[in-house]
Design a protein around this ligand. Structure first.
Ligand code: SAH
Length: 205
């Protein structure tokens, strides 16, 4: 599949936000995929990026981005930088992106990519996303790129009063993508459908 075929497929799957489609057109997924996976760069699949991690499926990246853009966020936190692809897509759609990764090598690779592509509104951090990014909080939206049975409390607290968060909830058997919208001291949960993600893990390595 090439980039245009991927865009056509995403449109058929219900991705309509013009900003999301434009970002997927502009950012080359090839730049975020390891050498040995290059031929699959535009397949609508998750791909291995080493360290037992994956670059998320383009459809899921588009769905998560579309879900938070409905709330018009300016400042967004991503937990789980991985390859950096999701952060790159976000960087074309919002004012500033903060992204945190717990695996040092992935954090470092992603930083090199952001700087080579001159994505200057991405601020990347090495740390444990379970704790969010207190020093930079609050965020209008938070996107968690790894699954957990529950949304970490720190992340709910680091949302602005009308903020939103998207995250896969569940275990290795069953997960669903959940959109949480905050209204002051209330958090409302809504399912966006079944997904498959790598786990959120505590601590840094
Ligand atoms: N958004 C990424 C998807 C990477 S997969 C992309 O577009 O490529 C999920 C990533 O979350 C992995 O890199 C994993 O190391 C990271 N991760 C898991 N638990 C984490 C935590 N507690 N804090 C920060 N990153 C975490």
């Amino acid at each position: 599949m090439n980039k245009q075929q991927l865009l056509d497929e995403l449109t058929r799957q219900g991705i309509q936000d013009p900003q999301v489609l434009a970002a997927i057109e502009k950012i080359s997924r090839q730049d975020f995929v390891p050498e040995e996976q290059q031929q699959y760069a535009y397949a609508n699949d998750a791909l291995p990026i080493g360290y037992e991690q994956t670059i998320s499926q383009p459809y899921v990246v588009a769905l998560m981005t579309q879900a938070i853009l409905k709330h018009h966020p300016k400042k967004v936190l991503e937990v789980g930088t991985g390859s950096g692809y999701q952060a790159a897509i976000l960087s074309l759609c919002v004012e500033s992106v903060y992204t945190v990764e717990r695996i040092k090598a992935l954090y470092e690779f992603a930083r090199v990519r952001f700087s080579a592509l001159e994505l200057e509104n991405i601020h990347s951090f090495y740390g444990d996303g379970y704790e969010g990014l207190a020093a930079e909080a609050p965020f209008d939206a938070i996107l968690v790129a790894a699954r957990a049975p529950e949304v970490p409390k720190a992340l709910l607290d680091q949302l602005t009063p009308q903020g939103c968060l998207v995250m896969p909830m569940g275990d290795e058997v069953a997960q669903e993508l959940v959109l949480v919208t905050r209204q002051d001291e209330q958090w409302h949960y809504q399912s966006l459908g079944a997904v498959v993600f790598v786990p959120l893990q505590p601590g840094i390595v």
